[in-house]
Ligand binder design. Structure first.
Ligand SMILES: Nc1ncnc2c1ncn2[C@@H]1O[C@H](COP(=O)(O)OP(=O)(O)OP(=O)(O)O)[C@@H](O)[C@H]1O
Ligand SMILES: [Mg+2]
Length: 287
C-alpha cells in the first residue's frame, strides 16, 4: 500500500496517536473528526422510529439477547447459534473469534439485520431491531451501519469507484445524488486512496485481486460515515503488512470518530488490536 493510505509508519501500539491522515482532504477530515450526525433523509418518514443519532443515555449501542439460529437443509436442522448473549458498548472495538463454521458470519449478519434470529432479540441504541419491517431495516443499515462482508459482495457490473458510491446513491436518491455527485466522487476517491486502491478506480470486481476487492469493500463500508461497523474477516485476504495497515485505519476511526467496531477474525494478532475479544464456542459467547 502506498503512502497515500496516510497510515504508513503507524505500528502496533500507536493507538490513540494523531494520524497522518489528518488534513489531506474533505473525506479524510471527516474521518478524523468526531462528527457522526446523520443527514436528514430527503423524504422523512414520520412512521420511522429509527434513532437518527446515538442516544447518549444508552451505554450499550448493540445488545443481543438469547439469540438462536438454525439453518434447514431439507429435513435436516443445522443448529448454529444456541443462546448468544453479547453487548457492544458505544465506541468499543470488539473482536469475535471462533473456529471455522462456528457461526461468526451468521451472528454478524443477524446483528446487521440481514437475517432474523429464530429466537432472541437484538437492540440497537436501546431499540429492538431484529423484528423491524424490511424497509426500516434497509434504512437503518444505510444510515447507521457499515458492513464489510467476508466475501465482499461487490456488484459485478459496477467498477470500484461506483461500488463505493453505491450506498450514497441509495441514501440520497437519484436527483439529490446527481446534484452532489462531484463531492461524493471526491469522498469515495479519498477513501479508496486511503485503502491503497486509488489506482484501480475503473476496474470491475472480476479485474481485481481478492485483497483489492476486500479493500474496495472496506471503502464502501466507510463512505456513509457509519456509527457501527460490522466487519467480517476484513483482513482475511490481505498480506500481513496490508492487513496491519487496514487495522490501523479501523483503529484510528475507532479512536478519533468513536466508531464502534465489531470485527470477526481468525487471526489472533489482528484480534488483539481490539479493546475486547469474545469467543464463539458451541453456539454461545465465551468471554
Ligand atoms: N444457508 C445455509 N444453509 C445451511 N447451512 C448453513 C447456511 N449458512 C451457513 N450454514 C452453516 O452454518 C454454520 C455456520 O456458518 P458461518 O458462515 O456462520 O460460520 P463462520 O464461523 O463464519 O465460519 P468461517 O470462519 O469459515 O467463515 C456452518 O457450519 C455452515 O455450514
Ligand atoms: Mg465466516
Amino acid at each position: 500500500m502506498s503512502s497515500s493510505t496516510g497510515v504508513r509508519g503507524q505500528g502496533p501500539g500507536t493507538r490513540g496517536r494523531r494520524s497522518e491522515v489528518k488534513g489531506q482532504g474533505t473525506e479524510v477530515d471527516y474521518l478524523v473528526t468526531s462528527e457522526s450526525r446523520i443527514p436528514e433523509p430527503r423524504t422523512p418518514n414520520p412512521e420511522s422510529q429509527i434513532p437518527k443519532s446515538p442516544n447518549p443515555r444508552t451505554q450499550d449501542q448493540l445488545r443481543a439477547t438469547n439469540i438462536h439460529k438454525s439453518y434447514h437443509k431439507g429435513p435436516v436442522e443445522v443448529p448454529v447459534l444456541r443462546g448468544v448473549d453479547m453487548e457492544v458498548r458505544r465506541g468499543e472495538f470488539l473482536s469475535i473469534v471462533g473456529q471455522s463454521g462456528c457461526g461468526k458470519s451468521t451472528l454478524l449478519h443477524l446483528l446487521g439485520t440481514l437475517d432474523a434470529p429464530d429466537r432472541g432479540e437484538i437492540h440497537y441504541d436501546g431499540r429492538r431491531i431484529d423484528n423491524l419491517p424490511a424497509a426500516e431495516r434497509d434504512r437503518l443499515r444505510n444510515h447507521q451501519f457499515g458492513m464489510i462482508f467476508q466475501f465482499y459482495h461487490l456488484l459485478p457490473e459496477l467498477n470500484t469507484l461506483e461500488n463505493v458510491l453505491a450506498p450514497l446513491m441509495i441514501r440520497h436518491g437519484t436527483w439529490s445524488y446527481l446534484a452532489r455527485r462531484r463531492q461524493f466522487k471526491c469522498k469515495a476517491k479519498e477513501l479508496l486512496e486511503m485503502v491503497g486502491l486509488g489506482h484501480r478506480l475503473k476496474h470491475r470486481p472480476r479485474e481485481l485481486s481478492g485483497g483489492e476487492m476486500q479493500r474496495a469493500a472496506i471503502a464502501r463500508a466507510l463512505v456513509t460515515k457509519p456509527c457501527l461497523l460490522l466487519a467480517d474477516e476484513p483482513t482475511g485476504n490481505l498480506d500481513t503488512s496490508t492487513g496491519e495497515e487496514i487495522i490501523h485505519i479501523l483503529r484510528d476511526l475507532n479512536d478519533r470518530r468513536n466508531l464502534t467496531i465489531v470485527m470477526v477474525t481468525h487471526d489472533r494478532s489482528i484480534a488483539r488490536q481490539a479493546d475486547r475479544i469474545v469467543r464463539l464456542v458451541e453456539g454461545r459467547i465465551a468471554e
